[in-house]
Design a protein around this ligand. Structure first.
Ligand code: ADP
Ligand code: MG
Ligand code: MG
Length: 939
């Protein structure tokens, strides 16, 4: 308990990789103030860089930094892009010169109500002078003008979510200079029209479509397919039209003053921090709104000057599989945006080896250098200008969970990382997608088309063609697959809502693909066989028409688009995951158990590494069709004799259940919870009974049948409760009808004996649910011990069983010291404990107000997903401490759903619990989270 350790000092835990503030903590309890934020956007970095002190100028509020002045550890101030441009510049890589305006300046921009803070623009102008000197060019010069890009760059990478403007510094005058200086007017005017379009889009918020239609019309008129073939006269014409679009839409002319361009562009990039898609993305990844974006101003290099030029994106390894091979795409004679925007489908990077072998070789070397430098797989942007390579960006590449695991293990083998570093790299939530199901290949599939396998896994859903609809349908509980021709960052909310994404154009590095991979959503890209007709609300593949609302399945691992729904099969664990988990087991202090109610689940959990069962619910066993009538007879019995008769029938069934589960968990502890739910859950539904009664009246059935039904209705009505969650359930049942628990305990011990006879070792733990007062446990413990005595007799010594309780009623936690006297173990049932501590019934809360609470920051998280450490956690800490003070060897664990959630696992580790118990599929994840907890908060 914090109160017992005196004054609570607040410190903060920051992510050791990206500097993100994770939490404020009691420094009395937590010594190490570095953590892992676990965000998928986390720019997991060399931890050493974090230890690098910030240069002293940073403290003095320096707002503009030349690339030479920064380093990779300055992400919080310079944004990820700026910090890495600085790092690469200082590492001697070919980075076009430029500088970064800090995120502090962005925050100042917002607090000044959307104006550049005093003096900032002067600082920008003087920084620009230095770039002019280096490049031997002048901004706004009519002979040899300097052009720059104005690029957004947030602390956590948010690919495509904010804006960038290229070719800034062109106007009616400088474009002529560029044309004559380069001797390439077609190129110069291409740049100019790009600038006007991007400027209109970013600064004046004019939708791209207004420009694109004009361009399309002109190309049709000239019968030209590709932008690069548009002749200079046509560009000049288009530029005039583009300028008219600006005047018309923005009511001001396109600024001819280059400094005005720069001023407006910087402001617009700051503004883009708050555009809709950036906000949606931040919410999805828990990135704080207060962070702000940096702005990078960088001299331009040109990939669109001819066929000895080009631009591309490159991953140093395959981000989908983790395989060690360059992975990427490029376009000849194109400018940056063209590749990622998914306008033209680019060529695979391997082809560059034929087209530009020298450049390819340089890329291979740069990739290796950057990977070793950053100790991680890199996502690199490059441009080739007249046969010379430039690097424009590097960042830790987003990857699938499968790749993340493979990379972590390979980096250890290649001695790039230590095991501990590799372990901390793993984003535990991300692993979840590894354990998703895949398509069962034995089934006959109707493959409609095959596209690029952009993000693995299988997704089934109903087709929708726009992001808003995807969101709307998914809100109403439908599963949807988003189908669109191109991918635009504006569709982010649709991608979040969809099970998977299919696009007919765009490559593996298009925004949709990158975002989908990060989110673990299956994605098929560039599937050109699919012809989309949004007007008709359908797509056509071959001779099959698929309409909005039809079901399809995507296989993001192979790129297949399949008609209808498909059976999915269980996931398999890769060798690398096995290795990583072994390392995790060597590190972690928490034991990991599973919640399993059947031998099958128990076996599966064991294969995932479960070290026992933390919660075996017995009520599911009562629900099967063959048993329910017996259970009902038991509940409805009028007298003890009838009840016992029904229980006698149930006994052998329960015994065989337990034998199965014990056998599957041979040698490991199995916690069996005695019957918990209110009895009416096993009885027929009242409304149905009343309907039946109604019908019988009309049918003039026999009097006997009618009166039997009347009686049943009376009994069901008797058992109905105003508030079943707080009603007659758990040990309250066991105390009033001890025969039920007695039968269960007999079944448990008979099962133990039967297995022992076969030489199977069993470790039973009997758990009494819903105890709130020590006397409840006392009574139930006596019942268990007495029954054990009866069944085991002289064999008692050979069966070392334990009796414990679930701590799920706040009063039990508060009086844990008393309760511990009768308990060998506490298992925190955090679902109920959360319900009762908050006074929320989960079903009502999640359906009615909890989402609102989280969206409006009344609660930071849904406490049913992430343990509320401040309230519920306080009860747990208290119960552990006071329980152990009365009984030092008291075993403690948690068996709510929180047992499989990372932050909650960290909490359990720090509170000193012995184990967490979670569903079978989350066990691998829990093993790694427990190891991370130990690495960060060693105990
Ligand atoms: P995003 O964060 O959306 O990728 P970027 O700022 O990286 O935006 O820029 C968009 C595209 O423009 C990228 O392909 C990038 O390589 C290219 N680009 C940015 N600055 C320059 C520059 N100075 N010269 C050439 N291309 C550039
Ligand atoms: Mg970029
Ligand atoms: Mg409960």
């Amino acid at each position: 308990m914090q109160s017992s350790s005196g004054e609570m000092k607040l410190g903060s835990i920051v992510c050791q990789y990206c500097g993100e503030l994770i939490d404020t903590v009691d420094t009395n309890r937590v010594k190490i103030l570095y953590g892992v934020c676990g965000l998928s956007t986390c720019s997991v970095n060399n931890p050493k860089e974090m230890e690098q002190p910030l240069p002293p100028q940073a403290e003095q509020g320096k707002r503009v930094w030349h690339f030479q002045e920064g380093h990779a550890g300055m992400k919080t101030l310079l944004g990820g892009k700026g910090a890495n441009l600085a790092e690469m510049t200082n590492a001697g890589l070919p980075v076009p010169p430029g500088f970064t305006i800090t995120t502090d300046a962005c925050r100042a921009y917002y607090s000044a109500g959307g104006k550049l803070p005093e003096g900032l623009f002067d600082e920008i102008r003087s920084a620009l002078v230095k770039v002019e000197q280096t490049k031997k060019q002048k901004f706004g010069d009519s002979l040899n003008p300097l052009l720059v890009s104005v690029r957004s760059g947030s602390v956590n990478s948010m690919p495509g979510m904010m804006d960038t403007i290229l070719n800034l510094g062109l106007n009616d005058n400088t474009v002529k200079g560029l044309a004559s200086h380069t001797g390439n007017p077609q190129f110069a005017y291409d740049c100019y029209r790009r600038l006007i379009q991007m400027f209109g889009n970013v600064v004046f918020d004019i939708e791209g479509i207004h420009f694109e239609t004009l361009l399309h019309r002109k190309k049709n008129e000239l019968a030209i397919d590709e932008d690069k073939d548009v002749p200079v006269e046509a560009w000049i014409e288009i530029i005039e039209k583009f300028k008219e679009v600006i005047e018309w839409r923005a009511n001001v002319p396109f600024p001819q003053d280059v400094y005005e361009q720069l001023h407006l562009a910087v402001e617009a990039v700051f503004r883009s921090w708050n555009n809709q898609r950036a906000n949606v993305y931040r919410k999805a990844y828990n990135i704080p709104d207060s962070q702000g974006t940096a702005v990078n101003i960088q001299s331009m290099v040109f990939g669109n000057m001819g066929d000895d030029c080009g631009t591309g994106v490159l991953f140093t390894r395959n981000p989908s599989t983790g395989e060690k091979a360059l992975y990427g795409e490029y376009l000849i004679n194109a400018q940056g945006e063209d590749v990622v925007a998914g306008i033209r489908t680019p060529l695979p990077i391997a082809k560059l080896n034929q087209e530009m072998p020298e450049i390819y070789e340089q890329l291979v070397q740069t990739a290796a250098k950057l990977e070793a430098h950053y100790k991680d797989m890199q996502d690199i942007e490059f441009t080739v200008e007249k046969g010379k390579l430039f690097i424009l960006q590097t960042r830790n590449g987003k990857r699938t969970a499968q790749a993340a695991v493979k990379l972590a293990v390979h980096f250890v083998h290649e001695r790039i990382l230590t095991i501990e570093e590799a372990m901390l790299r793993i984003d535990v939530e991300h692993l979840n997608q590894l354990l998703h199901r895949a398509i069962d290949e034995d089934e006959k599939l109707q493959v409609l088309a095959v596209g690029l396998p952009a993000s693995p896994g299988a997704a089934t859903g109903q087709v929708v063609f726009d992001a808003d609809k995807a969101e709307e349908w998914s809100r109403s509980g439908k599963r949807v697959v988003l189908v669109s021709s191109e991918t635009s960052p504006e569709d982010i909310h649709g991608v979040i809502a969809a099970e998977g994404v299919l696009t007919s154009r765009g490559g593996m590095t298009s925004h949709a693909a990158v975002v989908a991979r990060g989110m673990g959503k299956p994605c098929v890209c560039g599937c050109e066989e699919v012809r989309i007709d949004t007007g008709e609300g359908q797509f056509i593949a071959g001779d099959v028409k698929v309409r909005e609302g039809d079901w399809i399945t995507l296989d993001g691992s192979t790129g297949r688009v399949i008609a209808g729904t498909v059976t999915l099969k269980e996931p398999e664990m890769s060798d690398e995951l096995g290795q990583l988990l072994k390392w995790a087991d060597d590190i972690r202090a928490l034991k990991i158990r599973t919640n399993a109610d059947s031998p099958e689940d128990a076996a599966k959990a064991r294969s995932f590494g479960a070290e026992g069962i933390g919660l075996c619910r017995t009520e599911h066993m009562f629900m099967s069709a063959s048993r329910l009538p017996v259970v009902q007879a038991m509940i409805l019995a009028d007298n003890l004799k009838d009840r016992k008769a029904a229980l006698d029938q149930l006994l052998p069934m329960q015994q065989s259940d337990f034998e199965g589960i014990f056998a599957a968990m041979e040698g490991l502890p199995v916690t069996i919870r005695l019957l918990d739910p209110p009895l009416h859950e096993f009885l027929p539904n009242m409304e149905e009974l009343l309907l039946r009664q109604e019908r019988m009246k009309k049918d003039a059935d026999t009097i006997d049948e009618r009166s039997a039904l009347d009686q049943l209705i009376r009994k069901v009505r008797n058992l109905q409760e105003m508030n079943p969650m707080l009603g007659w359930r758990g040990c309250r049942l066991g105390i009033l009808i001890p025969e039920i628990y007695q039968m269960q305990v007999i079944a448990i011990f008979r099962a133990v004996l039967a297995l022992q006879k076969k030489g199977v070792q069993v470790v039973p733990e009997i758990m009494i649910p819903l105890v709130g007062h020590v006397n409840e446990l006392k009574a139930m413990r006596e019942l268990v011990d007495r029954t054990a005595e009866d069944v085991l007799g002289t064999l008692k010594e050979q069966v070392p069983y334990q009796v414990g309780t679930m701590i799920e009623v706040p009063r039990a936690a508060l009086t844990a010291g008393q309760i511990a006297q009768y308990a060998d173990f506490f298992s925190f049932g955090t679902n109920d404990l959360t319900q009762m501590t908050f006074g929320y019934s989960r079903d009502d809360a999640e359906g009615k107000f909890l989402t609102h609470y989280v969206e409006h920051h009344i609660l930071s998280q849904n406490p049913f997903q992430v343990l509320d450490t401040e309230g519920v956690g306080l009860l747990i800490e208290w119960a552990v401490e006071s329980g152990r003070s009365k009984k030092p060897g008291l075993k403690t664990g948690i068996c709510g759903e929180h047992g499989g959630e990372k932050d909650s696992i960290f909490f359990c580790h720090q509170t000193g619990l012995d184990y967490v118990s979670c569903s079978p599929f989350r066990i691998p994840l829990a093993r790694i989270a427990a190891a991370q907890a130990q690495l960060i908060h060693s105990r």
